[in-house]
Ligand binder design. Sequence first.
Ligand SMILES: [Fe+2]
Length: 380
Amino acid sequence: MLSTKFAIPDIIFGHGSITHLPQCARRVGAKRILFVSDNGLETAGWVDLVKEILKANSLDCVYFNNVDSNPRDCQVHEGARLYEKEKCDVIIALGGGSPMDVAKGIGVIAGNGGQIRDYEGANQIMRPLPPMILIPSTAGSSSDISQYCIITDMKRQVKMSIISRSLVSNISIIDPQILVTQSRNMILAAAVDAMAHAIESYVSKLASPFTEMQALKAIELIIKNIRPAADDNDIKAMEQLSIASTAAGMSFSNAGLGALHAIAHSLGGFYDVLHGRVHPVLLPPIMRYNMSACRKKMGEIGRQIAGSRLCPDNHLADVGIDILEELFTDLELDTKLRQLIPDKTHLETICKVATRDACQLTNPKDAHWQDLLAVCEEAW
Ligand SMILES: [Fe+2]
């Protein structure tokens, strides 16, 4: 076996774990905190709760909320200017992937200077970042766990994948009670994103025994809990989705992703499509495309998805994909690419850009832009 590494932050998990925030902030030396979140979490009341917890513990904070759902380079730079002007020393983010990725981008600039586009790709960050504490509000992106930061370069209309060990936060505080204020659509988009993280990282060229066990467990938990979490807002199911998302994050952060995320980033940069909406459309055709390179592993994925359904071993790989497609349709998710973008005009460009995304490097089967275009055509 080749040498492998496995990096994760300290994880504080459980109902009410957000109350540990002051203790965590002190542990990383906070004197003046930059707190990053967004309008949605303000409306839900969580931003005020965090501010009150910090204030009650005499921790000084400056608030930044200029964050879009596909966060932009200019927003990272604006946050970094605020961090410097206010002489902050620690970054806390509360949110889905967008506020957490903006927080990471601010940390990159605060520690290394320059423009965020200077750090696109893998291992381009040379100096340390300020301490970061991340609090996820969705069970999906796992940005609180991962070595990834995804920011849109507005000039090029490209979502940049920035990947570095330095982007792993110091502490992740995962409090499942924060998830219950999410809408059904957001819960589903996040859960399907976590499913895509688990599946792509399980078949990744860099998968290791440490990532594979996390990925398979994540798939099993998502299949069991996605319906009660989304349809009934069941708190126990939501907690299980949190565990699944964290496990999927541990897996993809260390094993990498694949062609699905490469295309999702390219589509998101070009059309501002919500990340989680891309996966029900492209995950099944990408799995079929990759099948010849990893049939045995696809069988293991199928075993988790099929659960107790009886199925011959040699059919599990295909049955798993069929069940996923049925699930996405039953949940009334968009399953055709034509539901996400207006026409095919830019598909060729989108696929060419996707082949340059860092996620493409770990796809189990080589994929040229023509192959990705064929996958998109199949999903149209
Ligand atoms: Fe993702």
